[in-house]
Design a binder for this molecule. Structure first.
Ligand SMILES: Cc1cc2nc3c(=O)[nH]c(=O)nc-3n(C[C@H](O)[C@H](O)[C@H](O)COP(=O)(O)OP(=O)(O)OC[C@H]3O[C@@H](n4cnc5c(N)ncnc54)[C@H](O)[C@@H]3O)c2cc1C
Length: 427
């Protein structure tokens, strides 16, 4: 094991300040031996791919940082496939694919790593192309018991060991294995029309209801902090799509103030906050919980009315409520194929609790606020998208059960054979 270092440079602000037991950066025979002989302490071992979540490191724990040594991307444009190693950021993936006129449903930030794909991967293009895990063709890695594996997407529906393993790895890999490389299916690249607006709560509810009827080439995401910023993402397949997009936007009650522009690829979608805004803000710590639920329909106004009250009560100005849209293709994949069981979901609202580093009272208040918003939204969004896990917080059991439902029992069984010593985070 390498000499212990105090801290690790990662995008997540909390994780960059944790004093660590040490950092490993290669899956070599020495590490395999440590896994087989159960010699990593304290457990669990954390894995860092993009380093954007609050669980890529943990205070006093070892982290396996894949960012330096696992950066290869090989594109096979004729086969519509790409092979990436586990330290590749989504920004690097989409830049390489764009140069080959290909695309992949990456999420709202190019800064995220392979953790984005392994946790499901909800993209503004998912309604047309599915989740990131729906585009996985092959997974390579090392089970936490030290055994290396290479699994291809199962092609029949007979229940077999590999099928269970595949299901586990698609959405719950971080509890079972260290993933080293992924083969992904890619799509043809099309230009994308972005519609961007700042709306009042009433119009937000209107656009949510409208989006629930949009074709699969369109999706909505929005974020509510001080203001409500709303973004429509429409993939332009051909001339006729442009006409359809115009019809959609012109049917909105506030159409006159529409701001639209065209981007070259999904990596260029506007961030919720500009670099400039982020640079002006003080350093904050945060935790995020992502929920999943069906369409809001006529209830949208009622829900937004209550969220407006909750937004007014937020204890820190950087606490926020946001949402992105699923449905379309994501709902067509059978529930039992992956660990992303909430296939019927149309919305993924996520709640961000934020506080100033060192402000214990502020942290408590913000996390309490997050729980209040969650409690309210739970009725319409009972599922959880486990894009971030929080074993260090009291509601971890609740998030695990809400993420996996009854599948959790099989997942625990799978873990007992892939990770019998509990080296990776517990299910
Ligand atoms: C700005 C921003 C925008 C986002 N937008 C979206 C979005 O549009 N859609 C969406 O679905 N999510 C989104 N997310 C959530 C994000 O995809 C998840 O938090 C994801 O887990 C981050 O992956 P990472 O590799 O950057 O993080 P990391 O913190 O490095 O890893 C996250 C988790 O995955 C595990 N893990 C990472 N790599 C491996 C590996 N190789 N093998 C085994 N386990 C591993 C780690 O143990 C860790 O628990 C966003 C997050 C941010 C910060």
């Amino acid at each position: 094991m390498e000499k212990a270092i105090k801290k690790l440079e990662v995008p997540n602000t909390q994780c960059q300040d944790f004093p660590l037991a040490g950092v490993l950066n290669e899956i070599n025979p020495e590490l395999i031996k440590l896994l087989q002989q159960d010699r990593i302490f304290p457990k669990p071992l954390l894995v860092c791919s993009g380093g954007t979540s609050s669980r890529c490191t943990a205070k006093g724990h070892w982290t396996l940082d894949l960012r330096d040594k696992y950066r290869s991307i090989i594109c096979y444009p004729k086969k519509n496939e790409v092979q990436i190693e586990a330290g590749v950021k989504m920004e690097s993936l989409i830049n390489l694919l764009t140069s080959k006129n290909k695309s992949f449903p990456i999420g709202l930030s190019g800064n995220t790593g392979v953790g984005y794909i392994l946790s499901g991967g909800i993209s503004p293009l998912s309604r047309k192309y599915g989740l990131a895990i729906d585009n996985l063709l092959e997974i390579k890695g090392v089970w936490a018991n030290g055994e290396r594996f290479q699994l291809a997407k199962p092609i029949n529906t007979v229940i077999r060991k590999e099928q269970l393993e595949w299901k586990g790895l698609c959405g719950a890999a971080s509890f079972l294995a260290i993933i080293t490389s992924l083969k992904l299916r890619v799509q043809e690249r099309n230009p994308i029309l972005i519609w961007e607006e700042t709306l009042n709560p009433y119009n937000l509810a209107e656009v949510i209801m409208s989006a629930e009827g949009w074709p699969n080439f369109g999706s909505l995401y929005w974020s509510w902090e001080e203001k409500i910023k709303v973004f429509g993402v429409f993939e332009i397949e051909d001339e006729s799509t442009l006409n359809k997009i115009n019809l959609i936007l012109n049917s909105l009650p506030f159409a006159s103030s529409n701001k639209t522009y065209i981007i070259n690829n999904i990596g260029m979608i506007p961030p919720i906050k500009s670099e400039n805004q982020i640079n002006q803000e003080l350093k904050k710590y945060s935790e995020v919980v992502g929920l999943l639920g069906k369409g809001w329909g006529e209830q949208a106004h009622q829900i937004i009315y209550k969220l407006e009250k909750l937004i007014k009560q937020r204890p820190d100005k950087n606490c926020s409520i946001s949402s992105q849209q699923l449905g379309g293709h994501t709902a067509q994949i059978p529930k039992n194929e992956t660990s992303f069981i909430h296939r019927e979901s149309v919305w993924k609202p996520w709640i961000t609790a934020s506080w100033t580093p060192g402000d214990i009272k502020g942290k408590e208040k913000s996390l309490k606020w997050l729980e209040n918003v969650w409690e309210f939204l739970e009725e319409v969004c009972p599922g959880v998208h486990l894009a971030q896990t929080h074993p260090h917080l009291p509601w971890h059991r609740k998030e695990m059960d809400a993420a996996f439902g009854n599948w959790i029992y099989k997942l625990k069984e799978l873990k007992s054979s892939c990770d019998p010593k509990g080296i990776l985070p517990p299910v």
